[in-house]
Design a protein around this ligand. Sequence first.
Ligand SMILES: Cc1cc2nc3c(=O)[nH]c(=O)nc-3n(C[C@H](O)[C@H](O)[C@H](O)COP(=O)(O)O)c2cc1C
Length: 340
Amino acid sequence: MIKSYSVRHINVSPGLVLSPMSGVTTRPFRRLIKEYNPGAVGLLVSEFVSVEGMTRGSRRTLEMMRFSEEERPYCVQIFGYDVDRMRDAALMVQDIGADMVDINCGCPAPKVVKRGGGCELMRQPDHLRQIIREVRRAVSIPLTLKIRAGWDESSRNAIDVAKMAESEGIEALAIHGRTRAQLYRGLADWSLVKEVAEHLSIPVLGSGDVIDGATAEERLQGKVAGLFIGRASIWNPLVFREIVSGERDTLRNNHAKMLEMLFRYVDLLREDFHDSSCAGKLKQLASQMCRGAIWRKPLLTLNTLAEQIDLLRRVRDGAFLPSQESLEQEREATDEGIAA
Ligand SMILES: Cc1cc2nc3c(=O)[nH]c(=O)nc-3n(C[C@H](O)[C@H](O)[C@H](O)COP(=O)(O)O)c2cc1C
């Protein structure tokens, strides 16, 4: 049984959160995840949204915040440096009716940290305090924070930052147990997540390498209130329901299910994006989700959505039946790739 947690009146039940992923957790992806994991996703978070773009009125940036009612509870994550823009952007999140606003202090990307945002804020705790104070004063919806272990090995200041954030009114905190210097290398440090949870009274969520029921159970220990799940949701979009139900590998070799999900994803994508963007996003999901499928590689070579849909239809109609031998070869190659 996966525990739940509450942020004020918002019950995150179960305590499994779709982790924000830039370029991935768009509205279509979030809706797909929610639909295919009924009752198993406690909270959806947008991809991070630039406060610069928001407060300058960039249409594309503003569109990144949009959501559907069925996504609730829904959180928008913002990133930036300027205190006034952070406050104004948080107010915009509140105005569109989101349930929570989250401040990104974990992004390692050079283009973000060079401008003072993301993980750079962990190196400037006094400035971060100012941001939190100003945003806290402005918005009435719950305010949360996502951090990393620290900037690098010599500055692992997550506990200090987390305590400061709580004292300034942050209401839940997620920590990705890697430093900025680690990027996505090595394993996330879950002993640190547990330690941070011990020090705080607000819900503390962990992020990093939760991929199935076993890893979820291992990490949801002690005072850790919930789990953020990122990359595993692309490899296996059914991961939430599998964690909750205790089932395993329900998508592996289930081509009918993969196809059904891809067709649904196309419909959802088309509501938000032009076909040219949909094609790239479809490939992004298929390349991870359809490992082991003989039609995966041919699909990934196609650049238009029309061609992709045509191929998926032919697969569905059985025109693409692989031999058992080629299936085994593809599976072995994929397993080796994953192991590497
Ligand atoms: C492609 C990609 C984009 C990401 N974008 C964001 C983001 O916008 N905001 C954020 O807080 N974390 C972002 N992350 C970090 C994830 O939310 C998560 O903390 C990290 O991937 C570790 O969890 P995982 O092992 O479950 O993927 C991103 C990660 C990936 C792989």
